[in-house]
Design a protein around this ligand. Structure first.
Ligand code: F6P
Length: 553
């Protein structure tokens, strides 16, 4: 009879971490640095072209080994091997989660239901390459023979956020002459504003949808197709101007997409993990296939780092376990992503879906309610702008807010002393979060300014910054296809590791269904004949009535 695995919070490793927190409760990072200045060197790891300084954490060697002991007690290494070899780790949908296969250079074989998925990936990449070459070499043109000048990618969630992040991030690598636009929202403004800027003769539409059943994407695609037909007067030309990327080719055909223009996706790729697949066509069209392959290579380098590196030196594992330390042992409710690079400005939005749709779960893999918190709220924004927006709350609010600073050592755009200035801001924010400012320091500062004692007594408490806010500093030499690939893969694996600790299914997303269903029920109330009815509520009914009267319905 095997002894049942103790629940996470009953594990001795968990209790040891709680004891570690008790022992650290009244210490500060400032004191830890004073006792051990060498920690800056010790808590620094590199891998796949990225460098992680994690010294500004509420961390000692005892805590770090405790976190790794917890990871091992959750069989992290076995679960990692299962993920990478294609086990059905998405237990509720009975599927593998093989986004790593999408960036495998073809050196491995992974059989899923008798099919070598690596070979399938390679074949699709070859098809993408041919298509991209045809468009960029102008051998594939619009229905009037004009070259394509614009790509409109219609998709939402993982069919939007990842491609958008990467096309922005790789702007310095873009191929001349092709503008990329993204339409995601069912707010008609987005599709209307986009169509107003493009010409049907020179525009290529990508319908990006794994399910080919997402209402926002289908409704936007219908509007785009009708606009194209109305403006071109050429229904046959739809075949040459509309491409689909989907795991549901039958639905794409039904929609009117020429089967020859459908690129496959697979069930074993989650939407939020799919930018490496043909969903990445907007990226490949924007920066060229060579740079897209470099992006894949960067992610593969991080996959190998994650697979082969001991936990204690493993970037995704260290970042994941520090997240567990703050979320579950210290009770942090959020986690901030602070990229100090304009090209990475959409990273927080992508990581919100990646992490919150993966870790926003309330039951474990066996359907049992969790007795501990799972994923935190992921938020953030580009630095240095955030310093003039929400850093005040980080510095003087009442909450523990761990942050990841992300910054390249070199810029693509050297101008004046801007990059040094940006870097100084980034380092200063991380340091201010750690050291803070004591009441004595605030008083001395005000006294030095000549303020009288009475005013000092009044103002000084308002200038105290408690500090001890933890942060990681993640750096790359420069923002390139390789480092962007490694960065995103790092966070994919960080999310996976946390899911192992929480014992959740990180790859399903059943929670989004209810809202979709309710939307389908409400829409006819807004548009259809007024009728009282069934399953509704007074608030919905009142607001439906408001909408109808405002729109003459
Ligand atoms: O938000 C739910 C979701 O299924 C995401 O997981 C996905 O990325 C998005 O909707 C779009 O789905 P699809 O690519 O199937 O249109």
């Amino acid at each position: 009879m095997t002894t049942p695995t103790p629940a996470l919070t009953q594990k001795p490793e968990w209790k040891e971490l709680e004891a570690c927190r008790e022992r650290l409760q009244h210490s500060t990072m400032k004191a830890l640095f004073a006792d051990d200045p060498a920690r800056a060197q010790r808590y620094f790891v590199e891998g796949a072209g990225l460098s992680l300084d994690f010294s500004r954490n509420r961390l000692t060697d005892e805590v770090l080994s405790g976190l790794m002991a917890l990871a091992r007690s959750c069989k992290l290494e076995d679960r990692r091997a299962a993920l990478l070899r294609g086990d059905k780790v998405n237990v509720t949908e009975n599927r593998p989660a093989l986004h790593t296969a999408l960036r495998n250079p073809g050196t491995d074989t992974i059989m899923i239901d008798g099919v070598d998925v690596i070979a399938e990936v390679g074949a699709t990449l070859a098809r993408m390459e041919t298509f991209v070459q045809e468009v960029l070499s102008h051998s594939r043109c619009g229905y009037t023979g004009k070259v394509f000048t614009d790509v409109v990618s219609i998709g939402i969630g993982g069919s939007f956020l990842g491609p958008k992040l990467v096309t922005e991030a790789l702007q310095p690598f873009r191929a001349p002459g092709l503008r990329c636009h993204y339409v995601a929202n069912i707010d008609g403004t987005e599709i209307c504003e986009t169509l107003a800027t493009v010409d049907p003769e020179t525009t290529l539409f990508l319908v990006q949808s794994k399910s080919f059943g997402t209402r926002e994407t289908l409704e936007n695609s219908k509007v785009a197709r009708q606009w194209f037909i109305d403006r071109s007067g050429n229904k046959q030309a739809v075949a040459n101007h509309f491409i689909a990327v989907t795991a549901n080719p039958a639905a794409a055909k039904e929609f009117g997409i020429d089967p020859a223009n459908v690129f496959p996706m697979w069930d074993w790729v989650g939407g939020r993990y799919s930018l490496w697949s043909a969903i990445g066509l907007p990226i490949a069209l924007t920066v060229g296939m060579e740079n897209f392959r470099a992006l894949l290579a960067g992610a593969h380098a991080m996959d190998k780092h994650f697979r082969d590196t001991p936990l204690e030196k493993n970037l995704p594992v260290i970042m994941a376990m520090l997240g567990i330390w703050y979320s579950n042992i210290w009770g942090a409710e959020t986690h901030a992503i602070l990229p100090y690079d304009h090209y990475l400005r959409s990273l927080p939005a992508h990581l919100q879906q990646l992490d919150m749709e993966s870790s926003g779960k309330r039951v474990n893999q066996h359907g049992e309610a969790l007795e501990y918190n799972s994923g935190p709220v992921i938020w953030g924004g580009v630095g240095a702008n955030g310093q003039h927006a929400y850093h005040q709350l980080i510095h003087q609010g009442t909450r523990l807010i761990p942050a990841d600073f992300i910054i390249p050592l070199q810029t693509h755009n050297p101008v004046a002393t801007h990059h040094a200035d940006l870097f100084a801001n980034c380092l200063a924010q991380s340091r201010a979060m750690m050291t803070g400012k004591t009441l004595e320091e605030a008083r001395a500062e005000l006294a030095a300014s000549g303020m009288n004692e009475a005013d000092i007594a009044k103002l000084a408490p308002h200038k105290v910054i408690p500090g001890n806010q933890p942060s990681n500093m993640l750096m790359m030499k420069k923002v390139t296809p390789e480092t962007v690939g490694a960065l995103i893969a790092l966070y994919e694996h960080r999310t996976f590791v946390q899911g192992v600790i929480w014992d959740i299914d990180s790859f399903d997303q059943w929670g989004v269904e209810l809202g979709k269903k309710l939307g389908e029920n409400i829409l006819p109330k807004l548009l259809g004949p007024a009728k009282s009815d069934d399953a509704s509520d007074s608030t919905t009914d009142n607001l439906v009535a408001l909408f109808r009267s405002a729109n003459g319905l």
